[in-house]
Design a protein around this ligand. Structure first.
Ligand code: PRP
Length: 210
């Protein structure tokens, strides 16, 4: 499995604001969308290419283009929705699937509550979206689910990854490359990423307790 952490000052700049506990939900959502765009650009750089003739106003030339259809975008609900808008700027024709997984806060095990995939996801391949890779349980379950639907070409976009989650993905799905905006120190006793950014779903949707 490969983990790529793109080095880009503007990505780091946005990560500082995203992590900041004082950043309100509206700004948090905008930052997450922008980070989704940057990660989607990085993760699709080597998609298979082809060529076609293009008639410019001056002459006709042979130009590189994307060989196949755009890969499907599949956010893991809820927090993955925060990356979707930004990733769609890069892949505007991509169909969108949804996987609903909720992590039990005591056992940390993910429970599936929704599965809705585009019918041609297997042919297109999938960009799987989730801001958090903590224990890796959700990502591993989502990849297992996608593979059971016949999807073999999976790329995953993550905002903050913990080494524990990266190791879990390397063990269960070594064929799935991951692009992460940051690789953090590790998990605390409650399974939260440290230093992390808190609970991305709650910060996106304004559902923090209290
Ligand atoms: C969070 C996060 C990931 C998952 C990561 O989701 O968005 O999906 O936990 O943890 P893991 O790597 O240990 O599985 P959560 O279950 O809290 O749901 P939410 O996105 O609806 O808040």
């Amino acid at each position: 499995m490969t983990l790529t952490v793109p080095r880009h000052t503007l990505l780091a700049h946005r990560m500082a604001a995203l992590r900041d506990a004082a950043t309100p939900p509206e700004a948090f959502r905008r930052l997450l969308a922008e980070i989704g765009t940057i990660l989607a650009v990085a993760a699709t750089a080597d998609l298979p290419g082809a060529t076609r003739a293009v008639a410019t106003p001056m002459e006709t030339m042979t130009h590189p283009v994307l060989a196949g259809p755009e890969p499907a975008l599949v956010p893991i609900l809820r927090a993955g929705l925060g990356l979707l808008e930004g990733a769609r700027r890069v892949l505007p024709d991509a169909p969108v699937g949804h996987i609903g997984l909720a992590r039990n806060e005591h056992t940390l095990q993910p429970a599936e509550y929704l599965r809705r995939l585009p019918p041609d996801a297997a042919a297109r391949g999938v960009l799987l979206l989730d801001p958090m890779l903590a224990t890796g349980g959700s990502a591993v379950a989502a990849c297992t689910l996608l593979k059971s639907a016949g999807v073999t070409a999976i790329r995953m976009l993550v905002v903050v990854a913990a080494p524990e989650g990266v190791a879990a993905m390397a063990a269960a799905h070594p064929d799935v490359p991951i692009w992460a905006a940051a690789l953090d120190r590790g998990l605390n006793a409650q399974g939260f990423i440290m230093p992390g950014l808190g609970d991305a779903g709650d910060r996106c949707f304004g559902t923090e307790a209290g």
